[in-house]
Ligand binder design. Structure first.
Ligand SMILES: NC(=O)C1=CN([C@@H]2O[C@H](COP(=O)(O)OP(=O)(O)OC[C@H]3O[C@@H](n4cnc5c(N)ncnc54)[C@H](OP(=O)(O)O)[C@@H]3O)[C@@H](O)[C@H]2O)[C@@H](O)CC1
Ligand SMILES: Nc1ncnc2c1ncn2[C@@H]1O[C@H](COP(=O)(O)OP(=O)(O)O)[C@@H](O)[C@H]1O
Ligand SMILES: [K+]
Length: 503
């Protein structure tokens, strides 16, 4: 699913109006109905609402929602926030419609902000994507007052004060803290940023049937991977395929006391469908590997605390390297040898990333289209610090473009950045996955998909989706608190089945 910027949202609106021969006020009505459907599903008729409406189309949405809720019998108090003399045409039309059924109240200055009763749900329709400057004066004071109130808050489209692009953005600006944000057609970029979660709350995309033609044809910098996107990827197994068809992966890593990382990655690699897998660990890992993962082959011939370059035998396998590897100087040299000796894309995780962060001049030796899977701390070691999440995304693009690689920046809504700077946010997964070894499982899955000849960017997107999906399926049995990395592995198969089932 594409993520449009505010300019594209305006164009999409206009395109839809022409294509569907619908007036903009009727499109607003369609949007308002979707909001009201959500509210009626979630709130009893006894619930009171207080709606704050600005003077543009976000305010227009608020007025239309108020009218529809009143008609259904809800108790709704509507305030028009008069911060300027300008109003939009659809706002004006909705004022006329609403006036016929209720009394409108106006807030004209900071001194006239009415107290907020505690039994009401607040609906924020002050400003939407039309925001072009930070909040000040009446809007700022009102948003501060709303933020102070303990009431549940629903924002329409975006919480008032939020900017969707780096331009204009500052962490100093006031913005409304919503508990739920109900947006139209596509998620907005800030919804996928950790620092914005407290402003956006839970968010939901409501489809308002905007032009498919426009959505299909316009390129965006950002996408949000949904099940429908994943189902376009071919995971079918042909009848006469054999284990050679599905590649041979080599998972390199582990050290004394950290062999478990390689056990998890190797198991996950198998469960994700690879034909053959070899675990490459220090000698102390051999028995453990052969006992816990009998399906895997073992190789290594390495001492337990570091890796020796001379013991490495280059093969044509698809390499996933890093879990439990350690950062001993000899291991660092070993990693440099491996990346120089490899010509096909490989997966680098954990200590492999930490070693590259210490030796940035080696990054140019990475095989083209290799996939690095840092968690946020590893990412910072790699690219340096940044001031906010917008800058973080810029650094992400800069890095993948410079080194011709793919980065999988892990976390909630993992961001996958291609070598040409396209970013795909993942939609599966849950906080239960913030547990030891969860990243090792991901390394195994992505290496497996790469070995199965998925294109590197596809392996990254599909791998992250399956990993998160396995986490979601696992959590239905274990709950999030007790979820472990092994539960993820157990649910990889089920995740595949679910993907295929509904396709
Ligand atoms: N396809 C969709 O998604 C659909 C979207 N729809 C809805 O339309 C909304 C966008 O509406 P919009 O373009 O009228 O903008 P909106 O946010 O109401 O701002 C209005 C005006 O406020 C002003 N202003 C700006 N910053 C300010 C500030 N800091 N403090 C004070 N004033 C400020 C500025 O005017 P100015 O003062 O510069 O003249 C600006 O033009 C969208 O979020 C969604 O709710 C649906 O109706 C249908 C389908
Ligand atoms: N809050 C969360 N929501 C969704 N996924 C998460 C969350 N926290 C962590 N994860 C996922 O769990 C994995 C953790 O990886 P990592 O930090 O490398 O763990 P480890 O080093 O213990 O293996 C990543 O794939 C990440 O996306
Ligand atoms: K709003």
């Amino acid at each position: 699913m594409k993520i449009f910027n505010p300019q594209q949202i305006k164009e999409l609106d206009q395109y839809t109006i022409q294509e569907q021969s619908i007036s903009s006020v009727d499109l607003m009505e369609r949007a308002a109905h979707k909001i009201v459907d959500h509210i009626t599903l979630n709130y009893a008729i006894t619930q009171n609402f207080t709606v704050y409406c600005g003077l543009g189309n976000n305010g227009g949405d608020g007025l239309a929602v108020s009218r529809l809720l009143l008609k259904k019998g809800y108790n709704v108090t509507v305030y028009v926030v008069k911060y300027s003399a300008n109003t939009s045409l659809d706002f004006d039309e909705n004022i006329e419609r609403l006036k016929k059924i209720t009394t409108l109240r106006t807030i004209i200055s900071e001194k006239h902000i009415p107290p907020i009763p505690n039994n009401t749900v607040i609906i924020d329709a002050i400003l939407g994507v039309g925001i072009n400057r930070p909040l000040d004066g009446l809007c700022k004071v009102l948003v501060d007052a709303i933020n102070t109130a303990p009431n549940f808050k629903i924002a329409i489209d975006i919480p008032t004060g939020l900017f969707c692009e780096l331009e204009n953005y500052s962490t100093e600006h006031t913005l409304l803290n919503a508990n739920t944000t109900l947006t139209f057609e596509t998620p907005k970029l800030p919804y996928l940023m950790p620092s914005m979660a407290k402003h956006i709350g839970n968010w939901k995309v409501l489809s308002i049937n905007l032009s498919s033609h426009y959505k299909h044809n316009i390129a965006t910098e950002y996408e949000y991977t949904t099940l429908a996107d994943i189902q376009k990827i071919n995971i079918h197994r042909a009848k006469f395929s054999h284990k050679g068809t599905f590649g041979h992966a080599e998972i390199i890593g582990g050290a004394y006391g950290k062999i478990g990382a390689i056990v998890l990655a190797t198991k996950a690699c198998l469960k994700a469908g690879v034909g053959l897998v070899t675990a490459y660990t220090p000698n102390c890992g051999m028995q453990i590997l052969q006992t816990t993962v009998p399906e895997a082959m073992w190789t290594g011939n390495q001492p337990c605390d570091f890796y020796l370059e001379g013991n490495y035998i280059n093969t044509s396998k698809t390499i996933g390297m890093g879990p439990g590897l350690g950062v001993h100087p000899k291991t660092q040299a070993f990693l440099h040898l491996v990346i120089k000796a490899t010509s096909t894309p490989m997966v680098l995780d954990a200590d492999a990333i930490n070693i590259l962060a210490k030796n940035k001049e080696w990054l140019k030796d990475l095989p083209k289209n290799s996939i690095l899977t840092p968690h946020p701390k590893e990412f910072e070691r790699l690219v340096g610090s940044f001031n906010n999440d917008f800058e973080k995304l810029e650094k992400l693009k800069e890095f993948t473009e410079t080194y011709n690689c793919i980065i999988v920046l892990k976390g909630a809504n993992t961001a996958i950045c291609s070598p040409n700077g396209q970013i795909y946010f993942n939609s599966t997964g849950n906080p239960g996955m913030a547990t030891a070894g969860s990243g090792d499982v991901l390394t195994g899955i992505i290496t497996s998909l790469l070995a199965q000849k998925h294109k590197p960017i596809e392996a990254a997107i599909l791998g992250v989706y399956i990993h998160g999906f396995a986490g979601d399926l696992a959590s239905t049995k274990t709950g999030q608190i007790s979820l472990t990395a092994s539960d993820l592995i157990k649910n990889i198969g089920k995740a595949y089945l679910k993907i295929k089932q509904v396709s």
